[in-house]
Design a protein around this ligand. Structure first.
Ligand SMILES: *Cc1c(COP(=O)(O)O)cnc(C)c1O
Length: 464
């Protein structure tokens, strides 16, 4: 009997568990109480009341034993810590940029970049907005313009690079207003708000050629560039045999600098950086970092944090690691799809996005259907997810609610934290909530903060 051809080659996590943290599911009555207390906002839940936490992959990674060892050998000097130089050298080696300005996290770097590069009245085109990125662009007097490809707005399109920039949209903006009205192009890799969708190397290259011809800088949001590099390796012709570090360096080579949330790809719980090639810009950013973050050789991080991040960067580009990371996301997505639940396609790198417009078509968008669904998922199984729809989109310049094309619930996978059994439980809970979708109604917003409202807004069920 020859069965060897039909035996699958499964991947397994390239790590084993050395320390564990206990979790448990509180009772249904306690969950109702907790969600009511949190105003139906999963950001306002206490994590002790959560069983499986898929709120975000930000700062929630499990560090390796080598990273924990690096924590112990941190150099806590105020100025010139050895860990700063180690991090600088690591960022230069893997991301290829000349100057490193450490910050407390990604938005710290976005703040510095926006203040240094945007003059009031300028445009900042980008491939879909990200909440904190857009906030800092607007805060600096800029206007964000979305230039992502149209495929990104169709959750059922199987286009492999839905993060791509639509160059025609950029050209139109430049032709109308002139190149000097563009502060820079903000290029995100593995676009978060589009569902964790990658940009192709071909697209990055074409964007870079166009921008260089017009003397417009391209600034990378490198938060998930490693995940994007993995997608390029498995999806783009000519990259099959390239290593993840080679692809990552090539992506960066077409840009002029990057902001980074170390809490994502870099496998640490806190930290970030701005990395740029231009000497004058670096000098300007160093002038600001000391005002807003900390000295330019720590920028809001402890020495041990910088040390752990340098190790995390090296671990993040290992093929076995990044494959397990992205394939675990695919595993969860496939389980959910097998229950007949619509999700954004193709499956993203860091999260599974439930297509709530299809799941709750009878709930109008001004009743915040995705926010409701996220609450129901918590009630069902203590699972914490996040709304990525009308609440996250906020209001426009005239104060009107923005109703985005995509009304999604995001199940985000922390790095190296959960096993496949946790994901089985999650997929079953999602299916059970969907089974009672017909009876579900929306929410009423009863408290709305002015900025980034999704973090602290409060709601009540429509049924009173
Ligand atoms: C998380 C994130 C940021 C902001 O980083 P923080 O570390 O949370 O401040 C910026 N861009 C993208 C794409 C992100 O996912």
């Amino acid at each position: 009997m020859k069965i060897s051809d039909s035996i699958p080659h499964s991947w397994a996590e390239p790590w084993k568990i050395k320390a564990v943290e206990h979790i448990s599911l509180i009772s249904q009555e306690e969950r109702v109480e907790a969600l009511t207390e949190a105003g139906w906002n999963t950001f306002l839940l206490r994590s002790q009341d959560v069983y499986i936490d898929l709120l975000t992959d930000s700062g929630t990674a499990a560090m390796s034993d080598v990273q924990w060892a690096a924590m112990m050998t941190g150099d806590e000097a105020y100025a010139g810590s050895k860990d700063y130089y180690y991090l600088e050298q690591t960022v230069q080696e893997y991301y290829g940029f000349k100057h490193l300005i450490p910050t407390h996290q990604g938005r710290g770097a976005e703040h510095l970049l926006s203040q240094c590069m945007i003059r009031p009245g300028q445009y900042v085109p980008g491939n879909m907005y990200f909440t904190t990125t857009k906030f800092h662009q607007t805060y600096a007097g800029g206007t964000f313009v979305d230039i992502i490809t149209d495929e990104a707005f169709d959750p059922q399109s199987d286009f492999p690079f839905k993060g791509n920039v639509d160059l025609a949209k950029l050209q139109k903006l430049v032709d109308e207003h002139g190149a000097e009205s563009i502060a820079y192009v903000s290029l995100e890799t593995n676009v978060n708000m589009a569902g964790g969708q990658p940009v192709s190397m071909e697209n990055i290259k074409a964007l870079s050629e166009y921008c260089r011809s017009k003397k417009i800088a391209v600034m990378l949001d490198a938060t998930r560039a490693v995940e994007n590099a993995y997608f390029i390796k498995i999806r783009e012709k000519g990259y099959e045999d390239k290593s993840i570090p080679e692809i990552l360096l090539e992506i960066c080579s077409y840009t002029d600098g990057c902001t980074m949330s170390g809490k994502k790809d870099c496998l640490v719980n806190i930290g970030g950086f701005l990395a740029i090639n231009d000497d004058l810009l670096a000098e300007k950013a160093r002038g600001l970092v000391v005002c807003f973050e900390g000295l330019h050789t720590y920028g809001g991080m402890a020495g041990r944090d910088m040390n752990a991040m340098a190790v995390g960067i090296q671990e993040s580009v290992e093929y076995d690691y990044i494959r397990a990371r992205v394939e675990q996301t695919r595993y969860l997505a496939q389980r959910i799809v097998d229950f007949g639940v619509p999700v954004v396609r193709p499956f993203g790198g860091h999260a599974v996005y439930l297509d709530i417009k299809q799941i709750l078509p009878h709930v109008p968008q001004d009743h915040f259907p995705a926010q409701r669904f996220a609450g129901e998922l918590y009630l069902e199984g203590g699972i914490r997810a996040m709304e990525r729809g009308a609440v996250s989109a906020g209001r426009d310049g005239e104060g009107k609610n923005i109703f985005p094309e995509l009304e999604l619930v995001r199940l985000t996978l922390p790095r190296r934290v959960y096993t496949q059994s946790h994901l089985d439980v999650v997929s079953e809970c999602v299916a059970r909530v969907c089974a009672r979708a017909k009876e579900m109604r929306g929410l009423r917003m009863i408290f709305e903060p002015q900025e980034l409202r999704f973090f602290q807004a409060r709601f009540e069920p429509q049924e009173g």
